[in-house]
Design a binder for this molecule. Structure first.
Ligand SMILES: Nc1ncnc2c1ncn2[C@@H]1O[C@H](COP(=O)(O)OP(=O)(O)O)[C@@H](O)[C@H]1O
Ligand SMILES: [Mg+2]
Length: 418
């Protein structure tokens, strides 16, 4: 894998002839991600596009949302199956996939992790790998994008934290592969014969590395696909409640940090006004306040509103109705907002200014440093490598400031007097 060049307008187009439109539906648990993914999928299919909705949440409820009988969906063992004309769904089954794709690696890592006396650092790095459900999701996304099976792929994400792990994974794996495995592999060839006798810890066989290499080959390009906002956008589902809004803000910031564009905030479960039921007065007031707040803090990203329906949303009939309300004025596959979260702007005197949208972050939470051709931005536990365009690499980063949710970093030529 290689990181994309940030200056390219559509970095993935060189790798994929005819990529699908990819929509990530993300947000806190229970806000309505699965329901809205299903309704979006149905709307796309009805508009004539061949559509797949993939559930990345290990607690799957996508098939339930379409009211598919359990017997029928168990039969498909984690592979796509049709639920309506031009519409398929897939509930990933990590266990199945590990057997299909990743047997050796899994056997090795699990035996390694369960053994003792291992160098702590190595154990820690290996523990990164158990984001296997994410890997499986990325593998499928890449496969469908390469094989051009679908016009639209909708990813029904796991709750926020895990979906962020999903999008940061290509970068983690790249690091992992480069730093650990290339090195280890050579080392292992030398030490294995000795070590086998001396210690109890299992050592990886060459076949493990071969498996890993083919895994990386299958993932090649998927990061470009995710970062290309002419292809992929995030839709954040939220509710008009204080605690949910907070999490939505964090999610928005982290997706921006990973250079992904959020093209809509969808506020779900709004109590209809004027129901004549005084019991909900307080709720409608509170929600009205929060809706105004959401519109203000996320502007200019479009905000969509969806009412709480009379009953839970099960089956294509109800999903269809929900979709009609959500997409009354919008094309479900449209890219509703396309400003890039990072911009590279040419300033005076050959200076460059890197602008990164980092809403809701204070300067105190932020940590910046350079590592070769990357700028590394760290906020709390998350960090992001921002590959610098060639023109900027030879410059030194001079100053940084945050203003109105945008981080500005000035890069200047050392040898030039200002
Ligand atoms: N607008 C709505 N009106 C009525 N019920 C809804 C609405 N949105 C979601 N639900 C119901 O809420 C429950 C949780 O929604 P779900 O989509 O599974 O959330 P998530 O995937 O974010 O965890 C489901 O039973 C679903 O039918
Ligand atoms: Mg769900």
């Amino acid at each position: 894998m290689s990181m994309n060049q940030p200056t390219d307008e559509s970095p993935a187009k060189s790798l994929y002839q005819n990529p699908p439109r990819v929509i990530l539906m993300a947000g806190k648990g229970g806000v309505g991600k699965t329901t809205i993914s299903a309704a979006t999928g149905l709307a796309c299919a009805r508009a004539g596009m061949k559509t797949l909705v993939i559930s990345l949440d290990t607690a799957h409820s996508l098939a339930d949302s379409f009211d598919v009988p359990a017997k029928l969906h168990d039969k498909h063992q984690g592979l796509p199956f049709p639920v309506a004309e031009r519409l398929e769904i897939q509930e990933l089954d990590v266990q199945e996939e590990i057997e299909r794709y990743w047997g050796e690696v899994y056997t090795y890592t699990s035996s390694l992790l369960s053994s003792t006396g291992l160098d702590e650092v190595v154990a820690e790095e290996l523990a990164v790998i158990p984001g296997m459900d994410d890997v499986v999701g990325l593998l499928y996304l890449n496969k469908y994008a390469r094989e051009e099976n679908y016009d639209v792929v909708i990813l029904d994400c796991a709750p926020t934290g895990e979906s962020l792990r999903f999008v940061s994974l290509p970068q983690t794996l790249e690091w992992y592969f480069k730093k650990l495995f290339k090195l280890e592999r050579n080392l292992m060839r030398l030490v294995r014969p000795l070590a086998k006798k001396a210690i109890d810890v299992p050592l990886p066989e060459d076949v493990v590395y071969r498996d890993l290499e083919s895994l990386f080959a299958r993932l090649e390009g998927v990061d470009r696909l995710l970062l290309d906002n002419t292809i992929t956008t995030v839709r954040l589902v939220t509710n008009a409640e204080k605690m949910v809004i907070k999490e939505t803000q964090r999610a928005f910031m982290y997706f921006s940090l990973y250079r992904m564009t959020t093209d809509a905030i969808i506020i779900n479960r709004l109590f209809p006004e004027n129901t004549g039921n005084s019991y909900y007065h307080q709720w409608t007031d509170t929600q009205r306040r929060h809706v105004a707040e959401i519109e203000e803090i996320f502007a200019p990203v479009p905000v969509c509103k969806l009412r709480l329906f009379e009953d839970e949303i099960l089956g294509t009939e109800r999903l269809g109705r929900l979709g009609e309300e959500l997409f009354a004025e919008k094309d479900p596959v449209g890219i509703w907002f396309s400003k890039r979260p990072n911009r590279f702007v040419r300033g005076e005197n050959g200076n460059y200014i890197v602008e990164i949208d980092l809403p809701f972050v204070s300067a105190a939470e932020l940590n910046l440093h350079r590592e070769k051709d990357d700028l590394i931005v760290r906020v709390g536990n998350f960090k992001r490598h921002i590959p610098l365009p060639r023109a900027i690499r030879r410059l030194k980063h001079k100053k940084a400031k945050i203003s109105a949710g945008i981080l500005y970093i000035t890069f200047a030529d050392e040898n030039r007097s200002e």
